[in-house]
Write a protein that binds this ligand. Structure first.
Ligand SMILES: [Zn+2]
Length: 324
């Protein structure tokens, strides 16, 4: 049984930053830290560095720490604790991260895909708390997704299921990193949104965006698009509306398949708020089967910046609960 004073470590294994958090079992951060993962040529050196950070952050609390959860950006066999590969980092094929970390920190370790982790965090302590059937979407450089069915993460045969960012919503759409065309990700991923905006601006669309970007296309970011939209710039408001409609079209198929109680949308783009969410809700309501949309909730995630750390810690608490 878990004790009120027990603590958990969450590790967000990002492609550029590693974040480590020490949390209590109610999801409150006790201590946290982060470091850049750039410049670590050897995999083992980076794992050494993570272990050092973990050992430092829990120093005096070690007897109270039950275990560690880590969310990684790529497909994972959570049962064997092995990373199949990282989406944007080379050299991480079939890495037994769980055992490598366990050896260095001397406690139980659980690893999983970062989208699954984010979903576990929302289900345990966030917007999905109290629901049994949840779909989670994380809008970042890619589109991370996870499904919880009757309280459990759906994993599929190889444990990598629910890559719904790669559902096709336009058979002639842009080429996706996965090799296919017109995936949801090619309409909602950060770089695709920026690329589409730049293309329109070059064709003469009027907007304050370029001015905000100091007249350099390369300075345009989703954050800047959001800033312009909040200033009332029609071109940028339309970008969010369009993004919301595209996401809504993708979600329609997902709603018709899984009949979730709630869809939780997080990640940087979710900061666009009602400009995006209004359009998502309206599209899903208009397109999905009525029997599924009656009391369907579509909400913003509670955890945005620290979603990975909270999620990884939530995974560890769920796994510990399941095994004890
Ligand atoms: Zn794809």
């Amino acid at each position: 049984m878990m004790n009120k004073k027990d603590l958990i470590i969450g590790v967000d294994f990002g492609a550029t930053f590693i974040k480590v958090g020490l949390l209590d079992i109610h999801g409150h951060i006790v201590r946290k830290s982060a470091f850049s993962s750039k410049g670590y040529i050897s995999r083992d050196k980076l794992i050494e560095r993570i272990a050092l950070e973990v050992n430092t952050i829990m120093a005096s609390e070690r007897p109270r720490v039950l275990g560690l959860g880590a969310g990684v950006p790529g497909p994972v066999d959570y049962k064997r604790g092995v990373i199949y590969g990282l989406t944007n980092v080379k050299g991480w094929r079939n890495v037994p991260l769980r055992d490598m970390l366990r050896k260095r920190i001397g406690m139980r370790v659980f690893i999983d895909n970062d989208a699954n982790a984010a979903c576990a965090g929302e289900a345990r302590w966030g917007a999905g708390k109290g629901y049994r059937d949840i779909v989670c979407i994380t809008l970042g450089s890619g589109v991370g997704t996870a499904v919880i069915i009757d309280g459990k993460l759906y994993r599929g045969r190889g444990y990598s299921a629910a890559e719904m960012g790669h559902i096709c919503i336009d058979r002639n759409g842009p080429r996706c990193n996965c090799g296919a065309k017109g995936c949801i990700e090619t309409f909602l991923g950060n770089s695709y949104i920026v690329k589409a905006a730049v293309k329109d601006l070059k064709q003469g669309k009027r907007s304050v965006l370029l001015k905000l970007a100091d007249d350099k296309y390369s300075n345009i970011t989703p954050k800047l698009i959001d800033q312009a939209a909040r200033m009332g710039d029609k071109f940028c408001i339309d970008i969010w509306k369009q993004a919301g409609e595209n996401l809504g079209i993708g979600l329609t198929g997902i709603v018709n398949t899984f009949n979730p109680e709630i869809i939780v949308i997080g990640g940087g783009l979710s900061k666009a708020g009602e400009m995006l969410f209004g359009s998502v809700r309206e599209t899903v309501k208009r397109r999905a089967m009525k029997v599924f949309t009656g009391d369907l909730k579509i909400k913003r995630a509670r955890f945005i910046e620290d979603a990975g750390t909270f999620g990884a810690a939530a995974l560890a608490t769920l796994s510990l609960r399941g095994t004890k």
